[in-house]
Design a protein around this ligand. Structure first.
Ligand SMILES: [Fe+2]
Length: 136
């Protein structure tokens, strides 16, 4: 199975957010690389915990930016974040998670790229617009 990687088209041009996205992809890549084998359960759970913590921290950063800007599309964006968090939580509790991690990470990576292109880019445009207003 091909490993999905970060590329420049996913860059928002906002370092704080881009670095978080890259780190999330890196965490997911570690899981993607584990294909064809069942990992050690403890290692798998450790990876999932790391992913869950990092994603929560990152989502709250974006959500606080949305609050500051009174972003009008916050609810849809947050709903998408909640979906990711719920999926990670659900799978982390799956009995055979150590044998499914590659498939799941592929799914989560695809979700993340879709999310960046749709929701995060829309937020980026709004941030730019707001910055432009204050420049005038
Ligand atoms: Fe987001």
């Amino acid at each position: 199975m091909e490993i999905i990687k970060w590329s420049e088209k996913y860059s928002l041009g906002i370092d704080e957010i881009d670095n978080d996205h890259k780190e999330l992809i890196k965490l997911l890549e570690t899981l993607q690389e584990s294909y064809d084998t069942c990992l050690d359960k403890e290692t798998t759970l450790e990876m999932f915990n790391k992913l869950e913590d990092y994603a929560a921290k990152h989502f709250s950063l974006e959500e606080s930016i949305m609050d500051d800007l009174k972003y009008p599309f916050k609810s849809g964006h947050v709903r998408d974040h909640t979906y990711f968090a719920t999926m990670v939580k659900k799978w982390r509790n799956d009995e055979k998670i150590e044998c499914k991690s590659q498939k799941l990470s592929q799914f989560l990576t695809e979700w993340l790229f879709e999310h960046i292109l749709h929701h995060d880019m829309k937020l980026r445009d709004h941030i730019k617009q707001e910055n432009h207003k204050t420049d005038e």
